[in-house]
Design a protein around this ligand. Structure first.
Ligand code: RIB
Length: 332
C-alpha cells in the first residue's frame, strides 16, 4: 500500500452566499459568511487522509495569522505537515461566491507561488517511493508543477493530476500522468472538447475524448514514459460531470459512474474530495472502478455541507453506505 504525496496549494477560503452574482458596479447583500481552510492541494490532502491514506503535504503558507490555522487543519485531518514551508508574506486566500448551488472562486496565490522550487523538489524526491501516488493540481507555479510530475513519473510513481485551474500541458507532460482528473470546463480548456451527457446517459463527445486518450497512450508508448509501465496500462482521462456523475475514458473504453442524489448545500471542494478519495483508494491498490465509485459517493456527501475541508466526509461515513448497500454500485 503506497502513500499519497500531495504537492499543492493551501488557502484560507472567505466564502459568502448570494442569491445571484452582482453586476459590474453593483453591490448586493450576501449571507452565511464562512472563513475556513481550503486550497485545492490541502483539500485533496485532507480527503485522501480521511479516506484512510497516509498523506504527506508539500506546500507553503505565509507568515500571517492564517498560516498556523491552515497547517493545524491539515494536521487535525491526519496529514503530515513537516514539509510545509512558512514563507514571508501572506498565505493563499480564495474568495468564494456561492450562488445557485454552484460557486465562483477568485484566488490570491500568496505563499503558494513563493514555494522554493529547489527545496520542494528535493523534499518530493525524498518523500516518494515507487509505490506511492503523487497528487498535484495547478495552483502552484507552472515550472514547479511540471518538474514535480516529471520527477514522480521518472521514479515510477503513479501520478494523478487535477489540472485546475487549467493551463496548457505538453503531450509529453500529459503522457507522464497516469490519471488526468478534470471537470467539463477544464476538459474544454485543455482539449477543446466540452463533454455532455445525453438522455441515454452517454456522452456524445466520448469518441473524441477517446482519441485524446489514444494520443496520450501513443506518447507513452513512444518511449517518453518507458520507465513507468503502470502508465502504459492505466493512463486515463477521468472527467467529472457534476450532477451527471463522472466518466473514465481510456484508449480502450469509456466507463460511466452516475452521481448520487443528495441535497446540495455547497459544491466547494466536491471535486477535491473526488480526487483525494480516488488517490487514496488507488494508493491502497483498489480496482479503479471501486475507487471511482467511492470517490463519487464521497464527493456527493461533500456537497451536503458548507465549506471546503469542513465538508469532506470520513472513511466511515463513506464506507457505511457501501456496507449497508452490500457494496453494490446502485445509485440512490
Ligand atoms: O476547489 C476548491 C478550492 O479552490 C477552494 O478551497 C479554494 O481555496 C480554491 O483553491
Amino acid at each position: 500500500m503506497g502513500h499519497v504525496v500531495v504537492l499543492g496549494s493551501i488557502n484560507m477560503d472567505v466564502s459568502i452566499e448570494c442569491d445571484r452574482l452582482p453586476h459590474e458596479g453593483e453591490t448586493i447583500n450576501g449571507s452565511n459568511l464562512l472563513m475556513s481552510p481550503g486550497g485545492k492541494g490541502a483539500n485533496q490532502a485532507v480527503a485522501a487522509a480521511r479516506a484512510g491514506a497516509c498523506v504527506q503535504m508539500i506546500g507553503a503558507v505565509g507568515s500571517d495569522a492564517f498560516g498556523s490555522v491552515l497547517c493545524e487543519s491539515l494536521a487535525q485531518a491526519g496529514v503530515a505537515t513537516q514539509l510545509i514551508a512558512a514563507t514571508p508574506g501572506s498565505s493563499g486566500v480564495a474568495v468564494v461566491l456561492r450562488s445557485n448551488q454552484n460557486n465562483r472562486i477568485i484566488i490570491e496565490h500568496g505563499a503558494n507561488y513563493a514555494l522554493d522550487e529547489t527545496r520542494a523538489l528535493r523534499d518530493l524526491n525524498a518523500a516518494l517511493t515507487p509505490n506511492d501516488v503523487l497528487l498535484i493540481q495547478f495552483e502552484c507555479s507552472k515550472s514547479l508543477v511540471e518538474a514535480a510530475i516529471t520527477t514522480a513519473h521518472a521514479k515510477g510513481c503513479r501520478v494523478i493530476v487535477n489540472p485546475s485551474p487549467a493551463r496548457s500541458m505538453s503531450r509529453e507532460l500529459i503522457g507522464a500522468c497516469d490519471v488526468l482528473c478534470l471537470n467539463e470546463t477544464e476538459c474544454e480548456q485543455l482539449f477543446g472538447i466540452t463533454p455532455t451527457i445525453d438522455e441515454n446517459g452517454t456522452c456524445p463527445e466520448a469518441r473524441a475524448l477517446q482519441e485524446v486518450a489514444k494520443r496520450i497512450c501513443a506518447v507513452v508508448q513512444d518511449g517518453v514514459s518507458e520507465k513507468n509501465t503502470l502508465s502504459s496500462s492505466s493512463c486515463s482521462l477521468l472527467v467529472t460531470l457534476g450532477a451527471a456523475g463522472s466518466m473514465r475514458v481510456t484508449s480502450q473504453n469509456v466507463m460511466y459512474q452516475p452521481s448520487f442524489a443528495v441535497h446540495v448545500q455547497d459544491t466547494t471542494a466536491a471535486g477535491d474530495t473526488f480526487v483525494g478519495y480516488l488517490a487514496a483508494c488507488l494508493a491502497a491498490d483498489m480496482p479503479f472502478e471501486q475507487a471511482q465509485l467511492r470517490a463519487s459517493y464521497a464527493a456527493a456527501l461533500a456537497t451536503t455541507k458548507v465549506g471546503a475541508q469542513l465538508s469532506i466526509p470520513t472513511k466511515q461515513e463513506v464506507e457505511s453506505y457501501f456496507s449497508t448497500k452490500g457494496g453494490t454500485t446502485q445509485n440512490e
